[in-house]
Design a protein around this ligand. Structure first.
Ligand code: ADP
Ligand code: MG
Length: 418
Protein backbone atom coordinates (compact mmCIF):
# COMPACT_ATOMS: atom_id res chain seq x y z
CA UNK A 1 0.00 0.00 0.00
CA UNK A 2 1.09 3.62 -0.45
CA UNK A 3 2.92 5.13 2.51
CA UNK A 4 0.98 7.47 4.77
CA UNK A 5 2.81 10.72 5.40
CA UNK A 6 2.19 13.77 7.47
CA UNK A 7 1.18 16.75 5.33
CA UNK A 8 3.34 19.81 5.56
CA UNK A 9 1.82 22.44 7.78
CA UNK A 10 1.68 25.01 5.00
CA UNK A 11 -0.32 22.58 2.87
CA UNK A 12 -2.72 21.86 5.73
CA UNK A 13 -3.19 25.55 6.32
CA UNK A 14 -3.84 26.39 2.69
CA UNK A 15 -6.42 23.62 2.43
CA UNK A 16 -8.17 24.85 5.57
CA UNK A 17 -7.98 28.44 4.37
CA UNK A 18 -9.70 27.57 1.12
CA UNK A 19 -12.64 26.32 3.17
CA UNK A 20 -12.98 29.36 5.39
CA UNK A 21 -12.44 31.83 2.56
CA UNK A 22 -14.40 30.29 -0.27
CA UNK A 23 -14.76 33.40 -2.38
CA UNK A 24 -14.07 37.12 -2.19
CA UNK A 25 -17.45 37.78 -0.60
CA UNK A 26 -16.65 35.42 2.29
CA UNK A 27 -13.50 37.44 3.00
CA UNK A 28 -15.55 40.65 3.01
CA UNK A 29 -18.06 39.12 5.40
CA UNK A 30 -15.32 38.07 7.84
CA UNK A 31 -13.63 41.46 7.71
CA UNK A 32 -16.86 43.37 8.23
CA UNK A 33 -17.77 41.11 11.14
CA UNK A 34 -14.37 41.81 12.70
CA UNK A 35 -15.07 45.54 12.37
CA UNK A 36 -18.45 45.16 14.05
CA UNK A 37 -16.90 43.03 16.79
CA UNK A 38 -14.40 45.86 17.30
CA UNK A 39 -17.28 48.22 18.05
CA UNK A 40 -16.95 50.26 14.88
CA UNK A 41 -19.54 52.89 13.99
CA UNK A 42 -18.24 53.35 10.45
CA UNK A 43 -17.26 50.53 8.10
CA UNK A 44 -16.11 51.29 4.57
CA UNK A 45 -15.50 48.62 1.96
CA UNK A 46 -13.63 49.06 -1.32
CA UNK A 47 -13.41 46.30 -3.91
CA UNK A 48 -11.45 45.87 -7.13
CA UNK A 49 -12.09 43.15 -9.72
CA UNK A 50 -14.85 41.56 -7.70
CA UNK A 51 -12.44 41.27 -4.77
CA UNK A 52 -9.79 39.23 -6.56
CA UNK A 53 -7.43 42.16 -7.01
CA UNK A 54 -8.24 44.09 -3.84
CA UNK A 55 -10.53 44.09 -0.82
CA UNK A 56 -10.12 46.87 1.68
CA UNK A 57 -12.17 47.22 4.84
CA UNK A 58 -11.64 50.25 7.10
CA UNK A 59 -13.30 50.80 10.44
CA UNK A 60 -13.15 53.15 13.41
CA UNK A 61 -13.22 50.38 16.02
CA UNK A 62 -10.91 49.77 18.99
CA UNK A 63 -7.90 48.82 16.90
CA UNK A 64 -5.26 46.15 17.58
CA UNK A 65 -2.46 46.43 20.12
CA UNK A 66 1.02 46.69 18.64
CA UNK A 67 2.25 43.78 20.78
CA UNK A 68 -0.50 41.53 19.36
CA UNK A 69 0.47 42.15 15.76
CA UNK A 70 3.08 39.34 15.56
CA UNK A 71 0.46 36.63 16.22
CA UNK A 72 -2.54 38.43 14.68
CA UNK A 73 -2.60 36.24 11.58
CA UNK A 74 -1.56 32.94 13.08
CA UNK A 75 -4.23 30.27 12.99
CA UNK A 76 -6.38 30.04 16.10
CA UNK A 77 -5.35 33.32 17.64
CA UNK A 78 -8.31 35.32 18.91
CA UNK A 79 -9.28 37.85 21.53
CA UNK A 80 -12.86 36.58 21.68
CA UNK A 81 -12.69 33.10 23.14
CA UNK A 82 -10.48 31.42 25.67
CA UNK A 83 -12.20 28.26 26.86
CA UNK A 84 -14.41 25.93 24.84
CA UNK A 85 -17.27 26.63 27.24
CA UNK A 86 -17.24 30.29 26.21
CA UNK A 87 -18.70 29.17 22.89
CA UNK A 88 -22.01 28.61 24.68
CA UNK A 89 -22.43 32.23 25.54
CA UNK A 90 -20.42 33.88 22.78
CA UNK A 91 -21.80 37.20 21.59
CA UNK A 92 -19.13 38.23 19.10
CA UNK A 93 -19.39 37.04 15.51
CA UNK A 94 -15.86 35.75 15.37
CA UNK A 95 -14.48 33.14 17.75
CA UNK A 96 -12.24 30.75 15.84
CA UNK A 97 -9.36 33.03 15.07
CA UNK A 98 -9.16 31.63 11.58
CA UNK A 99 -10.34 34.34 9.25
CA UNK A 100 -7.33 36.62 9.08
CA UNK A 101 -4.97 33.66 9.10
CA UNK A 102 -6.83 32.04 6.23
CA UNK A 103 -6.61 35.21 4.18
CA UNK A 104 -2.83 35.25 4.55
CA UNK A 105 -2.62 31.69 3.15
CA UNK A 106 -4.59 32.54 0.02
CA UNK A 107 -3.77 36.24 -0.46
CA UNK A 108 -1.57 39.12 0.63
CA UNK A 109 -2.78 40.84 3.76
CA UNK A 110 -1.74 44.26 5.06
CA UNK A 111 -3.06 45.63 8.34
CA UNK A 112 -2.90 49.25 9.46
CA UNK A 113 -4.17 49.95 12.96
CA UNK A 114 -4.08 52.38 15.83
CA UNK A 115 -5.42 52.03 19.37
CA UNK A 116 -6.82 54.78 21.50
CA UNK A 117 -4.35 57.21 23.01
CA UNK A 118 -1.50 56.34 20.61
CA UNK A 119 0.31 59.02 18.65
CA UNK A 120 0.80 56.87 15.59
CA UNK A 121 -0.38 53.60 14.19
CA UNK A 122 1.40 50.57 12.74
CA UNK A 123 1.36 48.92 9.37
CA UNK A 124 2.44 45.36 8.71
CA UNK A 125 2.03 42.80 5.92
CA UNK A 126 1.46 39.09 6.37
CA UNK A 127 1.98 35.97 4.34
CA UNK A 128 1.22 32.37 5.34
CA UNK A 129 0.30 33.35 8.87
CA UNK A 130 3.43 35.36 9.70
CA UNK A 131 4.61 38.96 9.46
CA UNK A 132 6.73 39.74 6.44
CA UNK A 133 8.53 42.53 8.32
CA UNK A 134 8.39 44.30 11.67
CA UNK A 135 5.39 46.60 12.14
CA UNK A 136 6.23 50.04 10.74
CA UNK A 137 5.04 53.15 12.56
CA UNK A 138 2.75 55.17 10.33
CA UNK A 139 0.12 57.88 10.41
CA UNK A 140 -3.31 56.41 11.03
CA UNK A 141 -6.88 57.44 11.79
CA UNK A 142 -8.87 55.73 14.53
CA UNK A 143 -9.42 52.03 13.99
CA UNK A 144 -8.19 49.36 11.64
CA UNK A 145 -7.79 48.93 7.93
CA UNK A 146 -7.30 45.48 6.45
CA UNK A 147 -6.28 45.14 2.84
CA UNK A 148 -6.35 41.81 1.03
CA UNK A 149 -4.66 41.71 -2.37
CA UNK A 150 -4.48 39.04 -5.06
CA UNK A 151 -6.85 36.63 -3.40
CA UNK A 152 -6.31 33.00 -4.50
CA UNK A 153 -3.07 33.91 -6.29
CA UNK A 154 -1.81 30.46 -5.25
CA UNK A 155 -4.99 28.52 -6.03
CA UNK A 156 -5.05 28.42 -9.80
CA UNK A 157 -8.28 26.47 -10.23
CA UNK A 158 -10.25 28.63 -7.79
CA UNK A 159 -9.01 31.84 -9.36
CA UNK A 160 -9.94 30.64 -12.83
CA UNK A 161 -13.47 29.62 -11.88
CA UNK A 162 -14.03 32.88 -10.09
CA UNK A 163 -12.68 34.87 -13.01
CA UNK A 164 -14.95 33.06 -15.42
CA UNK A 165 -18.07 33.25 -13.31
CA UNK A 166 -19.86 36.51 -12.64
CA UNK A 167 -17.84 38.63 -10.34
CA UNK A 168 -18.53 38.63 -6.64
CA UNK A 169 -19.27 42.33 -6.36
CA UNK A 170 -23.08 41.96 -6.32
CA UNK A 171 -22.74 39.38 -3.53
CA UNK A 172 -20.55 41.78 -1.59
CA UNK A 173 -23.08 44.59 -2.02
CA UNK A 174 -25.77 42.18 -0.87
CA UNK A 175 -23.87 41.30 2.31
CA UNK A 176 -23.21 44.91 3.19
CA UNK A 177 -26.86 45.80 2.55
CA UNK A 178 -27.97 43.09 4.96
CA UNK A 179 -25.55 44.18 7.65
CA UNK A 180 -26.73 47.77 7.19
CA UNK A 181 -30.35 46.82 7.79
CA UNK A 182 -29.50 45.05 11.03
CA UNK A 183 -26.78 47.25 12.48
CA UNK A 184 -28.64 50.50 12.01
CA UNK A 185 -26.26 52.56 14.12
CA UNK A 186 -23.27 51.66 11.97
CA UNK A 187 -22.58 53.67 8.85
CA UNK A 188 -21.70 51.22 6.07
CA UNK A 189 -20.46 52.05 2.63
CA UNK A 190 -19.35 49.88 -0.23
CA UNK A 191 -17.84 50.98 -3.50
CA UNK A 192 -15.78 49.74 -6.39
CA UNK A 193 -12.18 50.90 -6.33
CA UNK A 194 -11.90 54.30 -7.98
CA UNK A 195 -15.63 54.92 -8.07
CA UNK A 196 -16.90 58.21 -6.70
CA UNK A 197 -20.27 56.88 -5.77
CA UNK A 198 -20.85 54.21 -3.17
CA UNK A 199 -23.24 51.43 -4.15
CA UNK A 200 -24.36 51.05 -0.58
CA UNK A 201 -24.39 54.00 1.73
CA UNK A 202 -26.45 53.31 4.80
CA UNK A 203 -25.84 56.35 6.98
CA UNK A 204 -26.36 55.63 10.62
CA UNK A 205 -29.89 56.06 11.90
CA UNK A 206 -32.06 55.17 14.84
CA UNK A 207 -34.91 53.75 12.80
CA UNK A 208 -34.97 50.37 11.12
CA UNK A 209 -37.29 51.63 8.41
CA UNK A 210 -34.89 54.47 7.61
CA UNK A 211 -32.09 51.95 7.32
CA UNK A 212 -34.12 49.79 4.95
CA UNK A 213 -35.08 52.88 2.95
CA UNK A 214 -31.45 54.00 2.65
CA UNK A 215 -30.38 50.63 1.35
CA UNK A 216 -33.35 49.10 -0.49
CA UNK A 217 -35.27 52.25 -1.44
CA UNK A 218 -38.47 54.02 -0.46
CA UNK A 219 -40.69 51.80 -2.60
CA UNK A 220 -39.82 48.75 -0.48
CA UNK A 221 -40.47 50.54 2.80
CA UNK A 222 -43.90 51.69 1.67
CA UNK A 223 -45.07 48.08 1.49
CA UNK A 224 -43.70 46.79 4.79
CA UNK A 225 -45.50 45.81 7.98
CA UNK A 226 -43.91 45.43 11.37
CA UNK A 227 -44.07 42.01 12.96
CA UNK A 228 -43.25 40.76 16.43
CA UNK A 229 -43.44 37.35 18.00
CA UNK A 230 -42.38 36.30 21.41
CA UNK A 231 -42.68 33.18 23.42
CA UNK A 232 -41.55 34.37 26.76
CA UNK A 233 -44.12 32.67 28.93
CA UNK A 234 -42.92 29.25 27.99
CA UNK A 235 -40.73 27.85 30.70
CA UNK A 236 -38.24 25.88 28.68
CA UNK A 237 -38.05 28.15 25.70
CA UNK A 238 -37.56 31.83 25.31
CA UNK A 239 -37.46 33.46 21.93
CA UNK A 240 -38.21 36.80 20.46
CA UNK A 241 -38.51 37.79 16.86
CA UNK A 242 -39.05 41.20 15.45
CA UNK A 243 -38.87 42.42 11.94
CA UNK A 244 -40.61 43.76 8.89
CA UNK A 245 -42.44 41.81 6.22
CA UNK A 246 -43.91 42.89 2.91
CA UNK A 247 -47.66 43.27 2.43
CA UNK A 248 -49.88 42.36 -0.52
CA UNK A 249 -48.79 45.38 -2.56
CA UNK A 250 -45.13 44.45 -2.68
CA UNK A 251 -43.89 43.25 -6.06
CA UNK A 252 -40.69 41.27 -6.62
CA UNK A 253 -39.56 38.20 -8.51
CA UNK A 254 -37.18 36.95 -5.85
CA UNK A 255 -37.52 36.57 -2.11
CA UNK A 256 -35.31 38.85 -0.06
CA UNK A 257 -34.77 37.24 3.30
CA UNK A 258 -32.54 39.06 5.74
CA UNK A 259 -32.19 36.86 8.78
CA UNK A 260 -30.18 37.53 11.91
CA UNK A 261 -30.15 35.04 14.75
CA UNK A 262 -28.56 36.46 17.89
CA UNK A 263 -27.08 39.17 15.69
CA UNK A 264 -25.46 36.73 13.30
CA UNK A 265 -26.28 36.96 9.63
CA UNK A 266 -27.38 33.44 8.71
CA UNK A 267 -29.42 31.46 6.22
CA UNK A 268 -32.22 29.19 7.32
CA UNK A 269 -33.68 27.34 4.40
CA UNK A 270 -36.57 25.83 6.32
CA UNK A 271 -37.68 29.20 7.68
CA UNK A 272 -37.40 30.74 4.23
CA UNK A 273 -39.47 27.94 2.69
CA UNK A 274 -42.10 28.17 5.41
CA UNK A 275 -42.40 31.92 4.88
CA UNK A 276 -42.67 31.66 1.11
CA UNK A 277 -45.31 29.00 1.58
CA UNK A 278 -47.48 31.28 3.73
CA UNK A 279 -47.22 34.07 1.18
CA UNK A 280 -48.18 31.89 -1.73
CA UNK A 281 -51.08 30.40 0.21
CA UNK A 282 -52.60 33.71 1.29
CA UNK A 283 -51.64 35.93 -1.60
CA UNK A 284 -51.60 33.62 -4.61
CA UNK A 285 -51.25 36.53 -7.00
CA UNK A 286 -48.67 38.35 -4.99
CA UNK A 287 -44.99 38.27 -5.61
CA UNK A 288 -42.19 36.88 -3.51
CA UNK A 289 -41.82 38.55 -0.11
CA UNK A 290 -39.30 40.91 1.43
CA UNK A 291 -38.47 39.76 4.95
CA UNK A 292 -36.22 41.17 7.62
CA UNK A 293 -36.17 39.16 10.83
CA UNK A 294 -34.09 39.36 13.91
CA UNK A 295 -34.47 36.36 16.20
CA UNK A 296 -33.08 36.34 19.69
CA UNK A 297 -32.64 33.23 21.77
CA UNK A 298 -30.63 32.43 24.85
CA UNK A 299 -27.09 31.87 23.51
CA UNK A 300 -27.05 28.33 24.89
CA UNK A 301 -29.94 27.45 22.56
CA UNK A 302 -27.92 28.26 19.45
CA UNK A 303 -25.03 26.19 18.15
CA UNK A 304 -22.95 28.64 16.18
CA UNK A 305 -20.22 26.19 15.31
CA UNK A 306 -21.85 23.89 12.75
CA UNK A 307 -20.67 25.51 9.54
CA UNK A 308 -17.15 26.31 8.27
CA UNK A 309 -18.13 29.81 7.27
CA UNK A 310 -20.67 30.16 10.09
CA UNK A 311 -23.32 30.60 7.44
CA UNK A 312 -25.73 28.38 9.31
CA UNK A 313 -26.51 27.89 12.95
CA UNK A 314 -28.57 25.21 14.58
CA UNK A 315 -31.35 26.03 17.03
CA UNK A 316 -32.94 24.22 19.88
CA UNK A 317 -36.66 23.70 19.16
CA UNK A 318 -36.25 24.89 15.58
CA UNK A 319 -39.59 23.42 14.39
CA UNK A 320 -41.60 25.13 17.09
CA UNK A 321 -39.96 28.44 16.46
CA UNK A 322 -40.61 28.24 12.75
CA UNK A 323 -44.20 27.23 13.38
CA UNK A 324 -44.75 30.23 15.64
CA UNK A 325 -43.24 32.62 13.15
CA UNK A 326 -45.27 31.12 10.36
CA UNK A 327 -48.49 31.61 12.33
CA UNK A 328 -47.62 35.22 13.06
CA UNK A 329 -46.93 35.98 9.39
CA UNK A 330 -50.15 34.28 8.40
CA UNK A 331 -52.14 36.42 10.82
CA UNK A 332 -50.46 39.62 9.63
CA UNK A 333 -51.15 38.81 6.00
CA UNK A 334 -54.78 37.87 6.62
CA UNK A 335 -55.31 41.12 8.50
CA UNK A 336 -53.74 43.25 5.85
CA UNK A 337 -55.83 41.52 3.24
CA UNK A 338 -59.03 42.04 5.25
CA UNK A 339 -58.30 45.68 5.85
CA UNK A 340 -57.92 46.21 2.17
CA UNK A 341 -61.29 44.66 1.41
CA UNK A 342 -62.89 46.61 4.17
CA UNK A 343 -61.57 49.90 2.87
CA UNK A 344 -62.76 49.23 -0.63
CA UNK A 345 -66.20 48.25 0.56
CA UNK A 346 -66.55 51.43 2.54
CA UNK A 347 -65.84 53.34 -0.62
CA UNK A 348 -68.35 51.28 -2.56
CA UNK A 349 -71.21 51.80 -0.15
CA UNK A 350 -70.74 55.54 -0.17
CA UNK A 351 -70.67 55.55 -3.93
CA UNK A 352 -73.80 53.47 -3.81
CA UNK A 353 -75.73 55.84 -1.54
CA UNK A 354 -74.60 58.72 -3.61
CA UNK A 355 -75.92 57.05 -6.71
CA UNK A 356 -79.15 55.98 -5.03
CA UNK A 357 -80.07 59.43 -3.84
CA UNK A 358 -79.49 60.91 -7.24
CA UNK A 359 -81.23 58.13 -9.17
CA UNK A 360 -81.97 58.82 -12.80
CA UNK A 361 -80.95 62.42 -12.89
CA UNK A 362 -77.56 63.32 -14.24
CA UNK A 363 -75.15 62.44 -11.53
CA UNK A 364 -71.84 63.79 -10.46
CA UNK A 365 -69.20 61.18 -10.00
CA UNK A 366 -65.85 61.92 -8.59
CA UNK A 367 -62.79 59.76 -8.30
CA UNK A 368 -61.75 58.79 -4.79
CA UNK A 369 -59.12 61.49 -4.86
CA UNK A 370 -61.67 64.00 -6.07
CA UNK A 371 -59.47 64.92 -9.00
CA UNK A 372 -62.06 65.19 -11.67
CA UNK A 373 -65.78 65.29 -11.77
CA UNK A 374 -68.06 65.02 -14.71
CA UNK A 375 -71.76 65.16 -15.40
CA UNK A 376 -73.26 62.32 -17.36
CA UNK A 377 -76.63 60.66 -17.27
CA UNK A 378 -76.47 57.41 -15.35
CA UNK A 379 -77.95 55.51 -18.24
CA UNK A 380 -74.93 56.41 -20.35
CA UNK A 381 -72.26 55.60 -17.81
CA UNK A 382 -69.64 53.17 -18.92
CA UNK A 383 -66.53 52.30 -17.06
CA UNK A 384 -63.71 52.99 -19.48
CA UNK A 385 -60.76 52.58 -17.16
CA UNK A 386 -60.24 49.35 -15.22
CA UNK A 387 -58.69 51.40 -12.45
CA UNK A 388 -61.84 53.40 -11.91
CA UNK A 389 -63.53 52.61 -8.62
CA UNK A 390 -65.92 49.79 -9.02
CA UNK A 391 -68.47 52.18 -7.48
CA UNK A 392 -69.12 53.41 -10.98
CA UNK A 393 -70.24 49.99 -11.98
CA UNK A 394 -72.79 49.96 -9.18
CA UNK A 395 -74.34 53.12 -10.46
CA UNK A 396 -74.58 51.53 -13.84
CA UNK A 397 -76.08 48.37 -12.43
CA UNK A 398 -78.30 49.88 -9.81
CA UNK A 399 -81.74 48.43 -9.48
CA UNK A 400 -80.79 45.48 -11.65
CA UNK A 401 -79.69 43.24 -8.86
CA UNK A 402 -80.56 42.80 -5.23
CA UNK A 403 -77.32 41.38 -3.93
CA UNK A 404 -75.32 44.16 -5.39
CA UNK A 405 -73.27 44.53 -2.28
CA UNK A 406 -71.95 41.01 -2.41
CA UNK A 407 -70.95 41.34 -6.00
CA UNK A 408 -69.24 44.63 -5.47
CA UNK A 409 -67.26 43.07 -2.66
CA UNK A 410 -66.15 40.38 -5.05
CA UNK A 411 -65.09 42.85 -7.68
CA UNK A 412 -63.18 44.80 -5.11
CA UNK A 413 -61.28 41.77 -3.91
CA UNK A 414 -60.36 40.67 -7.39
CA UNK A 415 -59.24 44.12 -8.25
CA UNK A 416 -57.10 44.21 -5.17
CA UNK A 417 -55.31 41.05 -5.92
CA UNK A 418 -54.31 42.05 -9.42
P1 ADP B 1 -11.83 35.97 15.21
O1 ADP B 1 -12.67 37.09 14.69
O2 ADP B 1 -12.50 34.64 15.12
O3 ADP B 1 -11.28 36.25 16.58
P2 ADP B 1 -10.01 36.73 13.15
O4 ADP B 1 -8.91 36.01 12.45
O5 ADP B 1 -11.10 37.26 12.33
O6 ADP B 1 -10.56 35.79 14.28
O7 ADP B 1 -9.36 37.92 13.95
C1 ADP B 1 -8.34 37.65 14.93
C2 ADP B 1 -8.28 38.75 15.98
O8 ADP B 1 -7.82 39.95 15.39
C3 ADP B 1 -9.62 39.10 16.57
O9 ADP B 1 -9.94 38.25 17.66
C4 ADP B 1 -9.43 40.54 17.00
O10 ADP B 1 -8.88 40.62 18.27
C5 ADP B 1 -8.43 41.07 16.00
N1 ADP B 1 -9.06 41.85 14.93
C6 ADP B 1 -9.35 41.44 13.67
N2 ADP B 1 -9.91 42.42 12.94
C7 ADP B 1 -10.01 43.49 13.77
C8 ADP B 1 -10.52 44.82 13.61
N3 ADP B 1 -11.05 45.25 12.45
N4 ADP B 1 -10.43 45.66 14.66
C9 ADP B 1 -9.90 45.24 15.85
N5 ADP B 1 -9.41 44.01 16.05
C10 ADP B 1 -9.46 43.13 15.03
MG1 MG C 1 -13.22 37.28 12.73
Amino acid sequence: PPRIRRLEESVVNRIAAGEVIQRPSSAVKELVENSIDAGASTVSVTVKDGGLKLIQVSDDGHGIRCEDLPILCERHTTSKLSAYEDLQTIKSMGFRGEALASMTYVGHVTVTTITEGQLHGYRVSYRDGVMENDPKPCAAVKGTQVMVENLFYNMVARRKTLQNSNDDYPKIVDFISRFAVHHINVNFSCRKHGANRADVHSGSTSSRLDAIRNVYGASVVRDLMEIQVSDENAVDEIFKMDGFISNANYVAKKTTMILFINDRLVDCTSLKRATEFVYSAILPQASKPFIYMSINLPPEHVDVNIHPTKKEVSLLNQERIIEKIKDAIEEKLMNCNNTRIFQTQALNSSALTQANTRKDKGTEVSTPTGEKSQKIPVSQMVRTDPRDPSGRLHTYWQGQTSNLEKKSGLVAVRYDLH
